[in-house]
Design a protein around this ligand. Structure first.
Ligand SMILES: NC(=O)c1ccc[n+]([C@@H]2O[C@H](COP(=O)([O-])OP(=O)(O)OC[C@H]3O[C@@H](n4cnc5c(N)ncnc54)[C@H](OP(=O)(O)O)[C@@H]3O)[C@@H](O)[C@H]2O)c1
Length: 296
């Protein structure tokens, strides 16, 4: 089974290629600037239609997981053209090539398609993004929904984890590093999400593609937490000083893009349908501690 993963050098993609390789998929790891460590590397810019077509023609993938995106929320706000080119046109290019080669597609989307006014969003809730990142990811979803053959939209939220392939950091690793240096951090109390361990998410996505499930799935951690509570829980799990974590409000932090107040995802559907269940927070953090253990 030929599996093409875009964004293979990213936080999620690198986990997917690691686990898919172990499962015996023939893995093609698509990247733009950072060489992935596993799978057969394939370099192309998703915003360049002819490059995407050329790669698909050569690989002829049975399955595609499209995880490449411009994920920097503030950059999407200040560089709208670039965000549109990567997140919208890039997704359109992937969708068209999937159509041409009859490849099954899973597109990774975000909780930021919701405005965050109510939280606990189900797959059937109406998305109304409040920032440009969310707008571009939702537009990508629309292209995927136009595909006539098998496809799935997997929405996730605040992804964190140990990164096997790149030196990039994420909220959890950044926080652990700060606390180990005994530095104080200010974390917002007024943003709630469903923090998601990349390993748990990669497992769920691979089950989705193996079973060729269709439609929208919310694939995220099972525990909704404010950033502040997530930080405190993480610190406690790693026996670090929780007192270094000070509360702040979004207004005090000068972000360019607006963030949803509560974009937590309801994962009832995934919990019911999948064998790989969304993890509760303590299950996820125990797994993360294990993955980061120096003996691994
Ligand atoms: N991280 C989160 O908290 C979060 C939350 C919700 C949803 N998501 C979604 O989950 C997916 C994966 O996110 P992530 O955190 O793993 O992302 P990430 O770590 O920021 O990685 C982004 C990936 O996209 C690739 N990419 C960017 N521009 C590209 C281009 N023009 N052509 C080809 N590849 C390009 C990058 O390749 P190079 O590194 O090689 O340049 C990298 O592999 C994304 O679709 C994102 O929208 C993420």
């Amino acid at each position: 089974m030929k599996l093409l993963v875009t964004g293979a050098s990213g936080l999620l993609g690198s986990k997917i290629i690691q686990l898919a390789t172990k499962k015996g998929f023939q893995v093609y790891s698509a990247y733009h600037q950072n060489l992935p460590k596993q799978g057969t590397p394939v370099q192309f810019d998703i915003s360049r239609k002819n490059c995407v077509e050329k790669a698909f023609k050569k690989i002829r993938p049975d399955i595609v997981v499209h995880a490449a995106a411009l994920t920097h929320v503030d950059r999407c706000e200040t560089q709208k053209e670039l965000a549109w080119r990567i997140n919208v046109q890039g997704t359109e290019n992937i969708v068209k090539s999937c159509e041409q080669h009859q490849s099954y597609l899973t597109y990774v989307s975000t909780d930021y398609v919701f405005n965050g006014e109510k939280g606990n969003y189900r797959e059937t809730d109406l998305p109304t993004p409040i920032n440009y990142y969310g707008t571009t990811k939702l537009k990508g979803e629309e292209y995927v929904q136009n595909l006539t053959q098998g496809n799935c939209i997997a929405r996730t939220s605040v992804v964190y984890g140990s990164i096997p392939a790149t030196g990039k950091t994420n909220f959890a690793l950044w926080l652990l590093d700060k606390l180990r240096r005994a530095e104080e951090v200010r974390i917002v109390t007024d943003q709630t999400n469903s923090p998601t361990l990349n390993t748990n998410l990669a497992d769920m996505i691979l089950e989705i593609v193996e079973r060729r499930l269709m439609g929208i799935y919310h694939l995220a951690g099972r525990t909704a937490l404010s950033r502040f509570d997530f930080a405190k829980t993480l610190a406690a799990e790693f026996s670090l000083n929780t007192k270094l974590i000070k509360p702040a409000t979004s207004r005090e932090i000068s972000w360019t893009a607006r963030r949803p107040h509560n974009s937590s995802l309801n994962v009832t559907k995934a919990t019911r349908v999948l064998e790989s269940k969304p993890f509760k927070i303590h299950e996820a953090l125990t797994k993360l501690r294990d993955e980061l253990s120096p003996h691994k």
